[in-house]
Design a protein. Structure first.
Length: 283
């Protein structure tokens, strides 16, 4: 329910039927998935009605300075050169939950045990403790294969597209976090956010019942006391990467090139172009 996230949820917004500001918020939660399919990833502005839907309104184009840091924004320029920081209609956490379940399902199908955690911000990380048999290039190749297989199975929900302009409102499976020397925000570490959110290990069955913002320095002591460490068995059972490397070999045999690497890395053999599609020269 959104009532704790908005001001004055009981304020009547539609006078004829008595629906409130809270009712309006609940509507947008109900239609979030199809709505984001049509407008996800695009900058938006807010039409505000201080006295309800029948009163005067004004457009708010700029994002205030005190907004939560999990909001996505972008710089928009007008034809006369004026710029503003606009809100982007981004991926909601219910999408992340669904994507996490799909990751869990595919890993389980391949006989691989993964461990989820909140990032401390908007997403979810999935860790797999590996047997020490593969280098970071092989681990990244396995992550690329995982991302591509998830996209094939869930094309409306998940994507392996490296360029943001190609993702829309789909959840991006960030395979490049497995590139050599890349870092990932550590479990139990505290984000530099106003709420002091903590990147918190989870059990898979918790995914549907939590929101990452709830895990903070203040709330973690009670959680540790009641739930302990969901990742405690991780080190006792290192996993075999071979099933994902088999997927990578299958993709390579089918003619799929390597996915783009981050720009700080040298060009890799078989890599796709690092030029965004909108900037690529026509043949």
């Amino acid at each position: 329910m959104p009532h704790e996230l908005i001001t004055h949820p009981d304020k009547v917004f539609f006078a004829e039927r008595g629906e409130t500001k809270g009712d309006l918020a609940e509507h947008y939660l109900r239609v979030a998935e199809p709505l984001l399919r049509t407008m996800g990833g695009r900058p938006v502005l807010l039409q505000r009605f201080p006295d309800g839907a029948s009163g005067p309104s004004f457009f708010q184009k700029r994002v205030p300075k005190n907004v939560p840091d999990w909001l996505q924004t972008t710089i928009v320029s007008t034809p006369n050169g004026t710029t503003s920081q606009a809100l982007v209609a981004g991926v909601e956490f219910p999408h992340i939950r669904r994507a996490a379940h799909e990751v869990h399902g595919l890993l389980t199908e391949l006989g691989i045990t993964g461990y989820p955690k909140t990032t401390g911000n908007r997403g979810v990380h999935v860790y797999v403790r590996l047997q020490p048999r593969w280098d970071s290039y092989q681990v990244r190749a396995a992550a690329v294969a995982l991302a591509r297989e998830l996209e094939r199975r869930n094309p409306d929900l998940m994507t392996a597209a490296w360029w943001k302009e190609e993702r829309g409102s789909r959840v991006f499976i960030d395979f490049n976090q497995n590139a050599p020397h890349k870092t990932v925000f550590g479990a139990w570490s505290v984000r530099a956010r106003p709420g002091a959110q903590v990147s918190t290990p989870l059990a898979w069955e918790e995914i549907d019942d939590i929101h990452p913002d709830q895990f903070t320095i203040a709330t973690l002591p009670a959680r540790l006391e009641s739930a302990g460490d969901p990742w405690q068995p991780m080190n006792e059972d290192p996993q075999d990467l071979a099933p994902l490397l088999d997927l990578a070999a299958r993709d390579e045999a089918a003619g799929l090139p390597d996915a783009p690497w981050p720009p700080v890395y040298p060009k890799q053999p078989g890599e796709l172009s690092r030029v965004a599609p909108s900037r690529a020269k026509n043949p």
